[in-house]
Structures are given as structure tokens and as C-alpha cells.
Design a protein around this ligand. Structure first.
Ligand SMILES: Cc1cc2nc3c(=O)[nH]c(=O)nc-3n(C[C@H](O)[C@H](O)[C@H](O)COP(=O)(O)OP(=O)(O)OC[C@H]3O[C@@H](n4cnc5c(N)ncnc54)[C@H](O)[C@@H]3O)c2cc1C
Length: 345
């Protein structure tokens, strides 16, 4: 009989992130399909009661918690110790967790300590009476998908955020069994003294956005009048992002330009790069502008539902089956009009 443990960490305000609810949805679905299985929840954070209450109506029969100041921050040593303690207390055979950067770092180590196995980048869990529990996961920057089963337990399954619908279970009052974890001093050597991040309005990567807006090198190239128009490009792109809260992606050529001392869009970094050597985000829609749509770029659009592009060149890569709709047009003119219409709304 499998004991499925939903393992989540709380956010700084004590809540559970959407990615944790997605993992819970996957764990609860697996529990439903596995006759005789047990579902329990484990939470790690400074205070876990509010998070447990927020999912009190889920099918988990028991809640375990490792709480305290030492567990408020993302730190390998304390997170791995907390995960190990909860898994032991719950006697978990399958651990389903959100693939946040915090858990991706700590849970493979916890699996090693417990003699188990860990799989990251999982997008689907399934089970059949003949094959047992199986997962689908991605390798090589999401270029290859594998379907696999494992007999080793405990099996840590880290669910890629954005790949599941979040569980909609109601809140209530949950009884949390607190697990004491004694930490050696060495576990607390690393301390987070602050977080450096862009200002809220400069934060352009929004994984939960409905739309991915991609900018290509064309925005900084000489236009019909023989001149570049970088400040105007910045204004149009910023204006569109502010009006739509879209997530900003870029081609490699554009983010690489700063290294070559060329005029660039000030709010872009390599983190915005989409493609083979960049990110492969998940958004329902994507709009590409001034980007040629070459294969190493468009491979990063694998999980974008509906794809549209604006390019002056009717023979660009998007026209060759890479986009659902290609607008052969000047992106400067198109985006100025789009922003005008959005502002009117
Ligand atoms: C091993 C390898 C890995 C790579 N990995 C990646 C990756 O991860 N991501 C990535 O993006 N690239 C990657 N590349 C590079 C990729 O092959 C392309 O060189 C790059 O994507 C081109 O960027 P671009 O389309 O913005 O620029 P360009 O090729 O310069 O295209 C600019 C486009 O803008 C259009 N344009 C210009 N002005 C306007 C206007 N006013 N209105 C509308 N359109 C206009 C032009 O018609 C042109 O099509 C990789 C390459 C290699 C070899």
C-alpha cells in the first residue's frame, strides 16, 4: 500500500503558493486512482498552521509540520533535514512536491538520505493496476519527454509549476502533528541576509501570465528611415507590459547585445531568453515581435498554446509552421496601435 505525502513549504507570509496547490492536486488525483493508498500532508516553514488550515478540506488524513524560525528560509541543510523527518514520521513511499527552486535543491538530497529516488521536471503522474505508478518528465531543457516507473521507495516526485491545475479544496481547521528536528550548528551556517531582486515594476518574468510577449533583435535594428529607435522601442514594450501584465521573453540575439556594447533594452537580461539555451515557459498564448523565429528560439515555445508573431519579413521562421498567425507588419506601428486600444479600454 502506498502512502502518498504531499510535501510543501510555506511562503514568507505563511501561505501556500499556487505551485503547492498544483502538487496537492496531482497527489490527490494519484491517491484517488490508487486503491488502498493513504494521502497525508507535510508542511515546512516558520509557522505552518495557516497553510494547513488553508487546505484542511483536502483528502489528506493527517498533517505533519516542521516549524520554527530555522525553517523560514530556503537553505539546503535545514530543508533536507525537515523533509527527511517528515518522510520518516509519515512513512511515506511516494512524496509529491512542487518543483520550486527551494525543493529542487533540497529534496534530491533527502531522497538520497532515505535510500529513495527523486525525479524533477515531472508534468504528469499516472497509475494503472498493471503498470503501477508512473510519471512523465522532461530531460535536456525540456527537449525530451520520458515516461517511467520506479520500484524504489520513497520516490520523490517534483511537479513542474504550471503543469497542473491547482487544487480547489476549501479551508478549515487542520490538526498538525509537529515534528521536532534537532539541527547541528553546521546546518545553520548559511544565512539569507537579504534578497536582491528587481523592483516590482521592473519584474518582467511572470510565469502565471496569460501571455508571453517576446522581443527580438529587430527592435534595435535600423528601421525604414535608416535609423535605430531604441528609446521608442523601450517605451512601446514597457507600455504594453504595464497594460497587459504579460511576461517578457526575448531572443538570444537581443539579450546578447549588451555584451557587444550595442544599444539595448535596459530591462532585459539573459533570464528573459527563450529557447534552446534559454527558458521553456508555459503560457496559454504567445506574441512574438521583431524576432525571426529560428528553430533554436522557437523550440522554447514548446508549451505556448496559441502562437502569433509580427514580422516585416513574410519569409521569416514563424511563417514556416512555427506560428498560428503571422502578421507581416511593422511591429512599431502595430504595438503603438495595440497600446492605444488597450489604454482606451
Ligand atoms: C547552439 C545555439 C543555441 C541557441 N539558443 C538560442 C536560444 O535559446 N534562444 C534564441 O532566441 N536564440 C538562440 N540561438 C540563436 C538563434 O539561432 C537566432 O540567432 C536568434 O534567435 C535570432 O534572434 P532574433 O530573431 O531576435 O534576431 P534576428 O535574426 O536579427 O531577427 C530580427 C527580426 O526582426 C525583424 N524586424 C526588424 N524590424 C522589424 C519591425 N519594425 N517590425 C517587425 N519585424 C521587424 C526582421 O525581419 C528579423 O526577422 C541559438 C543559436 C545556436 C547556434
Amino acid at each position: 500500500m502506498e502512502t502518498i505525502l504531499l510535501l510543501a513549504h510555506t511562503e514568507p507570509d505563511g501561505s501556500l503558493a499556487k505551485s503547492a496547490r498544483e502538487a496537492l492536486h496531482a497527489a490527490a488525483t494519484l491517491h484517488k486512482s490508487l486503491a488502498g493508498s493513504k494521502l497525508v500532508a507535510g508542511l515546512v516553514g516558520e509557522n505552518v498552521q495557516a497553510a494547513a488550515n488553508s487546505i484542511a478540506a483536502c483528502p489528506a488524513t493527517k498533517y505533519f509540520g516542521v516549524a520554527g524560525k530555522d525553517f523560514s528560509q530556503s537553505r539546503y541543510a535545514t530543508d533536507a533535514a525537515a523533509a527527511e523527518a517528515i518522510c520518516k514520521a509519515a512513512q511515506a513511499t511516494i512524496v509529491v512536491a512542487p518543483a520550486t527552486s527551494r525543493w529542487n535543491r533540497a529534496l534530491p538530497g533527502a531522497a538520497q538520505r532515505l535510500g529513495g529516488r527523486a525525479d524533477t521536471h515531472v508534468t504528469e503522474i499516472s497509475s494503472t493496476p498493471t503498470t503501477g505508478v508512473g510519471v512523465n518528465r522532461w530531460y535536456y531543457r525540456q527537449r525530451m519527454e520520458a515516461a517511467l516507473q520506479r520500484s524504489q521507495r520513497p520516490w520523490f516526485i517534483l511537479i513542474d509549476p504550471g503543469s497542473q491545475s491547482p487544487c480547489q479544496c476549501e479551508g478549515g481547521n487542520a490538526t498538525v502533528e509537529n515534528i521536532a528536528v534537532t539541527l547541528p550548528d553546521s546546518a545553520k551556517r548559511t544565512t539569507v541576509i537579504g534578497i536582491r531582486e528587481p523592483k516590482a515594476d521592473a519584474q518582467t518574468i511572470r510565469p502565471d501570465a496569460q501571455l508571453l510577449f517576446v522581443t527580438g533583435a529587430g527592435w534595435t535594428k535600423k528601421q525604414g528611415d535608416g535609423q535605430t529607435h531604441v528609446p521608442e522601442a523601450e517605451k512601446l514594450i514597457r507600455g504594453f507590459l504595464q497594460l497587459t501584465r504579460a511576461s517578457l521573453g526575448s531572443s538570444k540575439s537581443l539579450v546578447d547585445q549588451s555584451g557587444e556594447g550595442q544599444a539595448v533594452l535596459s530591462f532585459l537580461s539573459h533570464l528573459n531568453q527563450i529557447g534552446q539555451t534559454g527558458a521553456t515557459p508555459r503560457h496559454p498564448k504567445g506574441l512574438s515581435t521583431c524576432c525571426h523565429g529560428e528553430e533554436p528560439h522557437t523550440v522554447g515555445w514548446r508549451f505556448i498554446g496559441e502562437r502569433r508573431a509580427v514580422n516585416l519579413d513574410p519569409n521569416c521562421g514563424w511563417a514556416r509552421g512555427k506560428a498560428d498567425v503571422l502578421y507581416v507588419a511593422d511591429a512599431f506601428a502595430v504595438m503603438a496601435k495595440v497600446n492605444e486600444l488597450l489604454a482606451e479600454k
